[in-house]
Design a protein around this ligand. Structure first.
Ligand SMILES: C[S@@+](CC[C@H](N)C(=O)[O-])C[C@H]1O[C@@H](n2cnc3c(N)ncnc32)[C@H](O)[C@@H]1O
Length: 269
């Protein structure tokens, strides 16, 4: 297996681990912002790439749109299907890779991704796929953390402890850089525009936010299984703990905010 295939297998396992419920709740305001900008409604055929626990797809389907979510992680797909069932939502969920979408060329009115397609390793390949599936005049909306955001800093703290990315991979945080994004969409024909916003996470004691991340954030839960037998888990715990403590105020609580970019695109026609 080459290093790209190995990384994808790692992504399936990493994002299937843990429990994404609380993280999805915490970033809820960004979903409202994205759906407002995309103006999704009845009759729209919508594809959500990297649909996680299904929150965005289920909210989009509530407008009367016909929505499919795809995610590389089988654990995420299973949880999204369960959430749709509980909510009585018609949203559908399938396993799928942002770099190789099953949707037919020119088949959807809206393609969207919430802090997800940024994690696919080859950015221009992903951008090409997002553009390919859009009908003429179709709309795209992609959320990505900006490179100087609090979440970006958290990601940078964890990266040295995780398996190395494949040689073809580009850093996910480049999706938050407008020049980079213009570069990866060059040649797709999409007309791009950008908006920015900030997620404010609920205030929590530093110890609680540390424990939530170590216990529930899939990539860290999966890393633990690998690092603990090698005696390397405590180093990650120390770095994650030091990071959140550096963000805490005098009362020991952390109010975390994180800036993100909304990449909007329109297909010609
Ligand atoms: C931070 S979570 C966001 C989940 C969801 N979109 C949300 O906002 O709640 C990132 C998601 O991207 C998915 N993902 C990562 N790489 C992917 C890829 N190559 N193709 C499709 N999904 C991918 C993960 O499995 C995970 O569900």
């Amino acid at each position: 297996m080459d290093d790209l295939a190995q990384a994808k297998q790692g992504a399936r396992a990493a994002w299937s681990a843990g429990d994404f419920t609380r993280f999805a709740e915490m970033i809820g305001s960004s979903r409202g912002r994205l759906l407002g900008l995309l103006g999704i409604g009845p009759g729209d055929e919508v594809l959500d790439v990297g649909s996680g626990y299904g929150n965005l797809a289920i909210e989009a389907a509530a407008t009367g749109a016909s929505v499919t979510g795809v995610d590389i992680a089988p654990g995420m797909v299973a949880m999204a299907r369960r959430a749709a069932q509980v909510a009585g939502s018609p949203a559908l969920f399938e396993e799928g890779d942002a770099e190789d979408l099953a949707a037919e060329t020119g088949s959807v009115d809206v393609v969207m991704s919430s802090f997800a397609c940024m994690f696919a390793p080859r950015h221009a390949v992903t951008a090409g796929e997002l553009a390919r599936v859009l009908r003429p005049g179709g709309r795209m909306g992609v959320l990505a953390w900006t490179p100087d955001s609090d979440i970006a800093q958290f990601i940078r703290v964890t990266v040295p402890h995780l398996p190395p990315p494949p040689s073809s991979a580009q850093p996910p945080l480049l999706w938050g850089d407008e020049d980079h994004v213009r570069g990866i969409f060059a040649g797709t024909g999409l007309e791009l525009s950008f908006a920015r916003d900030t997620v404010t996470f609920p205030t929590m004691p530093a110890q609680e936010i540390i424990e939530v991340h170590l216990r529930e954030f899939g990539p860290l839960v999966a890393a633990r299984a690998m690092l603990e037998p090698q005696g390397r888990w405590q180093a990650l715990v120390d770095d994650v703990s030091a990071f959140f403590r550096s963000k805490s105020g005098a009362d020991g609580s952390v109010t975390f905010t994180s800036d993100y970019v909304i990449v909007l695109g329109r297909a010609p026609g």
